[in-house]
Design a protein around this ligand. Structure first.
Ligand SMILES: [Zn+2]
Length: 474
């Protein structure tokens, strides 16, 4: 029997019934990802296994570095097969790391390869996968159809003109792809060079001069409107922690002028400016009925030498331990007091924050929208069996699992869609064990409908985005 067999991660009879009967057939609504829209717009065909699987994958680079592999084979200039071989040599050392599960789940689902990857079969796996990639079945659009992705949200800079989203909209009938408004750069008044380059881009994007803070807000609103016109209904912020002490508009105007003149904002000025903008973004989202995502707590680029050499998002980010809860609650409270609290999804990267975030969500549920404040799926370092179970435990114990909008890939790779299958198996594994030990009633109808809802239906209802047609209607 292959390692990834039909009942992988399904330890009990009930978990197997729930997974195969209710979870496996559900379509995918991947409402947070970093997939490049351009790859879907041009229906990219990957030339080899390296391109689709290793290019840009900082999870694998971290494992390879930890295995003593030289940087040349990670972010460097080694030929694609040599990089793949270095990865194959690393895989046996990754036992009990989620990469071991993902690697074999992905090889199986995309290429039907059931062998355990290592140095000895690397060439055979490489050749076999490349033959599959050369066919018509694994272009980006075909991958979305193969995995029953009915809707997908990308992450986009407000300056992006979203032309590729327009192309996808007219060319693809089977699924929908929506942009997500991610304005992290707008807060960077503590980093004048980055901030000013970005404001210049914002000027170009909106074909308008930005000479004051009021102009800046107008330009941001215009971009938000542009995203809305193209179907966008989500925003996303990646922050070390929430900002909830807004300065006055007049102070923001002074700070804006100071930073535009090339001087960095002080820590207090940054706090006040970032808080005022986050309130403004909350107001934009609430007015338009959008959903706001908050990814909180990552410490980015902590290895200065590596950051300078390889740039951001290359595997040198880590779990921060900033005091999140008070600031998160203060931010939600600020939005609530200003009648500007949109639907919100909270993601923590520090596992110690699981219960604090799950509980914080409960203070701002409003009785009009079910599950309005969501404790989001296990993120980044926590996106593995242990982390998913811990997220589900904290959510179940403090809120309503039955209203949870489920999993996202949060991925840069088109090979990550089996993460939904992985999550569904873990969910059904957990529920099945609870039934067998008498913690949950053995009521298949009750549990089965919750499983279906968490896998797909809750996200569909909560996000209110139009989906691609179901396969039988295409
Ligand atoms: Zn993300």
């Amino acid at each position: 029997m292959d390692f990834i067999h039909e009942d992988f991660l399904l330890p009990t009879e009930t978990s197997r019934r729930l997974y195969h009967g209710y979870a496996a057939g559900e379509p995918i609504f991947d409402y947070h990802s970093h997939l490049p829209a351009g790859d879907i717009a041009k229906n990219r065909q990957f030339q080899n296994l390296f391109e689709i699987w290793l290019e840009g994958d900082h999870y694998k680079w971290r494992a390879m570095r930890a295995n003593g592999v030289a940087e040349r084979f990670c972010t460097g200039d080694a030929p694609p097969y040599e990089k793949f071989l270095a990865w194959a040599r690393t895989v046996p050392f990754a036992l009990r790391n989620p990469l071991y599960h993902w690697t074999h789940l992905e090889l199986k689902r995309y290429f039907g390869i059931g062998e355990l990857l290592d140095e000895s079969n690397a060439k055979r796996v490489w050749d076999g996968a490349n033959v599959c990639l050369q066919g018509d079945g694994l272009t980006t659009r075909e991958i979305l159809k193969k995995f029953q992705v009915r809707a997908l949200c990308t992450s986009d800079d407000p300056c992006d003109d979203l032309a590729e989203h327009r192309t996808i909209r007219t060319a693809c009938a089977g699924f929908r792809v929506y942009p997500t408004f991610r304005p992290d750069n707008a807060l960077l008044v503590n980093m004048p060079k980055q901030f000013n380059e970005w404001v210049n881009r914002l000027e170009q994007a909106g074909s308008r001069k930005i000479s004051s803070f009021a102009d800046f807000l107008d330009a941001l609103k215009q971009r938000h409107d542009h995203f809305h016109a193209l179907g966008g209904r989500l925003s996303d912020h990646g922050l070390p922690h929430c900002y909830a002490m807004p300065c006055a508009d007049s102070a923001a105007n002074r700070i804006f002028a100071k930073v535009r003149a090339g001087r960095a904002a002080s820590q207090d000025e940054h706090e006040g400016f970032a808080s005022l903008l986050m309130l403004f973004f909350g107001q934009l989202d609430a007015a338009r009925g959008w959903t706001k995502q908050l990814h909180l707590g990552a410490l980015r680029g902590v290895n200065a030498r590596a950051l300078a050499k390889f740039g951001p998002n290359t595997g040198f980010d880590t779990i921060g331990d900033a005091n999140q809860t008070a600031r998160l609650c203060a931010f939600l409270d600020l939005l609530d007091r200003e009648h500007a609290l949109p639907r919100i999804i909270l993601y923590n990267v520090n596992p110690a924050d699981n219960y604090a975030f799950a509980a914080a969500a409960g203070n701002f549920q409003d009785g009009a929208v079910a599950g309005k404040i969501q404790f989001g799926s296990a993120w980044w370092f926590l996106d593995q069996k242990d982390g998913i179970e811990a997220q589900l435990e904290a959510l179940s114990n403090t809120g309503l699992l039955g209203r949870f909008i489920g999993m996202v890939t949060d991925s840069r790779s088109f090979m990550s869609f089996p993460r939904h299958e992985y999550f569904r198996r873990v969910l059904c594994g957990l529920l099945g064990c609870d039934v067998e030990s008498g913690i949950l009633p053995n009521d298949e109808k009750l549990l089965g409908s919750m499983v279906r809802n968490v896998c797909f239906e809750n996200a569909r209802q909560y996000l209110g985005l139009e989906l691609g047609p179901s396969p039988e209607k295409q």
